[in-house]
Design a protein around this ligand. Structure first.
Ligand code: 6R9
Length: 654
């Protein structure tokens, strides 16, 4: 038997789309038929949702794989498609962004406002010597200027590289240097956890190490004192005084739009390159299809940071190209209290919410009373992205946030894919809690075994993409060979995503986490996700992370780190009893093979700054090694808490 990845978790719950939503849905079941009949023509139809100044000659050039060209010969301007055409259509007064600062200050920007600011920023950048093809680094908090800066770059054909505002000097300097950026756009700081958090000092240090930087543009947000050099320019003195007229120039469909660095855990970050026409086509179509976005009536909110790909595709390019009204929030979800998100939904009447499993599980931990205190009846579609969403977290999301009748769309994609690839369609799919279901129309995903053969229904293996897609990465900036080696060499002619997945008996897809995290227990490959989901399905558990630790008898043994829900007593004897109960619960849910050797009750888990669990560090703890690199940790004190607990814990071998 060559089992690639065990299939342990069974799920029988199904949720049909609400009839009214299905009836009025933007995209219906015929989209799959249409795309199956002619995939390229399907994407050409979606590309026509945009305004092109020059039509393409050829939909896809795949003559030299894996180097794709989409909409060959076509020309368009991304900022024109996100702004000018909505203003020209008479929607200048429509709200583009309801912005909510963490301290409670607000700004409302219409499409006309956003257009004007973007034109001014385009003129200011041009005056600073930025030309089409130059790279601009953006290191900003979640303020509207972040979207304006990106759109201004797109408008003049400069390639932006947004660096998450929480990253260190070294991370910022490394990214600036790798892309040879000419300008950095930053702010004095932003508000986080109730106080100003400075950004400019980090930029100053990074710029000192980065000779390619000629100018630094600084937004004043907090008003705190900043050091000043002759490269620095205040945004309000430069952009806000610049001319308001700017004619958007068309760019080739394959013109570089942005670089976004993926934070590989150990290796040098990869500069993922996205280009213009294909990227915008898929970002725009998926926003319309997966969220069923109705620009006239919906209020959309994506809680991601603009520094991640989710912020690029589903705060900036997807919503704005569709003329959406959206909410943008600067701060943390528990400032000033744990109900802040739900107050925002209530205040703006948010209808579509897109957030991450880590947030959903955190909210589960905090308790049901926080969402219950707000009026969430406006919500009609809920989305999830970033990690596998455990069935119980999915159910909690649907019940406590989605008043038990809102479709939940679990969307699988990556920085590399540029836009959503696998997801239910809210008006079509009967969803299963925890499953991302099917590839979207026009996308061909599959699960294969070691040799690259498609696994049958009920089998597990490696997630691959068999055909090129419009918003695919074009290369790794400056390193074509690494692009080929990383993504296109594992399986002949297929893109390898690095994720494990399984097909259930109906052929629906379940994401099982990174293949690097898969555990080998007594000869069985067991995914971390399934054991974590089994733990989270226990009513006392809010969140769990599972790793394989070396074990003399089983090869690897399962060690689980578990966060109890807020209301649960987990001290002393009660904690010991809970641990025993949880081990039995996993064995009962998944079978004895998946019973954890050891379970730790912990107050927090180590996460990356985008909220993904860092199992690598937990493996170090489980094997009692000294800790590896912790610099990408969201909160570095977490590991101390966990290690201290580990030292005092009794080993729980049977
Ligand atoms: C968009 C984004 C990509 C990795 C990806 C996978 C994990 C994202 C997921 C999911 C299960 C989902 N991932 N969405 N796993 N279900 N719905 O997160 O991009 O930061 O590049 O991460 O995130 O492991 O390979 P990125």
């Amino acid at each position: 038997m060559s089992e690639t990845l065990a299939n342990l978790l069974q799920e029988n719950r199904r949720f049909e789309p609400p009839a009214a939503l299905a009836e009025a849905a933007n995209v219906k079941a015929d989209a799959y038929t249409e795309a199956d009949a002619d995939r390229l023509e399907f994407w050409a139809t979606q590309a026509r949702r945009l305004d092109w100044t020059k039509p393409w000659d050829r939909i896809l050039d795949w003559d030299n794989p894996p180097f794709a060209k989409w909409f060959v010969g076509g020309e368009l301007n991304v900022a024109y498609n996100c702004l000018d055409r909505h203003v020209a259509a008479g929607n200048g007064d429509k709200v583009a962004i309801h912005w909510e600062g963490e301290p409670g200050d607000t700004r409302t920007l219409t499409y006309a406002d956003l257009h004007k600011l973007t034109c001014q920023a385009a003129n200011a950048l041009t005056d600073l010597g930025v030309r089409a093809g130059d790279r601009v680094a953006i290191y900003l908090p979640m303020i509207p200027e972040a979207a304006v800066a990106m759109l201004a770059c797109a408008r003049i054909g400069a390639t932006h590289s947004v660096v998450f505002g929480g990253f260190s000097v070294d991370a910022l300097a490394g990214r600036i240097q790798d892309a040879s950026a000419k300008v950095v756009i930053t702010a004095d700081g932003g508000y986080r956890r109730g106080k100003p958090s400075a950004l400019k000092p980090t930029v100053d240090e990074a710029v000192a190490q980065s000779p390619t930087i000629e100018h630094v543009l600084v937004v004043r947000r907090t008003g705190e004192d900043v050091a000043w050099s002759d490269k620095d320019h205040w945004w309000h003195e430069t952009v806000e005084t610049a001319g308001e007229q700017h004619e958007a120039q068309p760019f080739d469909a394959e013109h570089p739009l942005f670089i976004l660095y993926t934070s590989g855990t150990t290796a040098k970050p990869k500069g993922i390159l996205h280009t213009t026409g294909g990227y915008l086509t898929q970002a725009s179509y998926t926003q319309h299809a997966v969220f069923d976005l109705k620009p006239e009536t919906d209020v959309y909110w994506c809680t991601a940071d603009i520094g991640w790909v989710t912020g690029h595709s589903y705060i900036v390019y997807g919503p704005l190209s569709n003329g959406a009204t959206q909410v943008m929030y600067e701060g943390t979800p528990d400032t000033p209290h744990k109900g802040r998100f739900w107050d925002i939904v209530d205040k703006y009447g948010v209808t579509i919410l897109y957030t991450a499993p880590t947030l959903i599980r955190t909210m589960m931990k905090w308790g049901d009373e926080f969402p219950a205190a707000a009026n969430l009846s406006s919500l009609r579609v809920l989305g999830s992205v970033g990690e596998p969403i455990n069935p119980e977290a999915w159910m909690w999301y649907r019940k406590n946030i989605g008043h038990d009748n809102t479709p939940v769309v679990d969307t699988w994609w990556q920085t590399e894919t540029g836009a959503i690839m696998i997801s239910p369609l809210p008006g079509v799919t009967a969803t299963k809690p925890g499953s991302a279901m099917r590839p979207l129309p026009g996308i061909s995903a599959d699960v294969v075994d070691d040799e690259g053969n498609s696994v049958p229904n009920g089998g597990g293996g490696f997630l691959v993409l068999r055909e090129p897609w419009p918003s695919m990465l074009r290369t790794i900036w400056g390193d074509d060979q690494r692009f080929v080696d990383t993504y296109w060499s594992r399986f002949q002619g297929m893109y390898f995503a690095g994720d494990g997945a399984k097909k259930d008996d109906d052929g629906d897809l379940w994401l099982l986490g990174r293949v690097d995290d898969v555990m080998l227990v007594s000869g069985h490959n067991i995914s971390t996700t399934e054991v974590e989901s089994a733990l989270v399905s226990h009513p006392s558990v809010a969140e769990a992370a599972v790793v394989g630790a070396t074990d003399p008898t089983t090869g690897q043994a399962i060690v689980a780190f578990t966060i109890p829900r807020g209301s649960v007593d987990s001290e002393g004897d009660a904690g010991e009893a809970l641990i025993k109960e949880l081990r039995d619960h996993v064995a009962k849910t998944l079978g004895p093979i998946a019973k954890p050797r050891q379970i730790m009750l912990v107050p927090e888990l180590p996460k990356t700054r985008s909220g993904k669990i860092m199992r690598r560090l937990l493996r170090d703890v489980a094997e009692r090694r000294s800790l590896g690199d912790v610099t990408t940790l969201q909160d570095s004190t977490v590991m101390d808490l966990i290690s201290d607990g580990m030292k005092s814990a009794k080993s729980d071998d049977e």
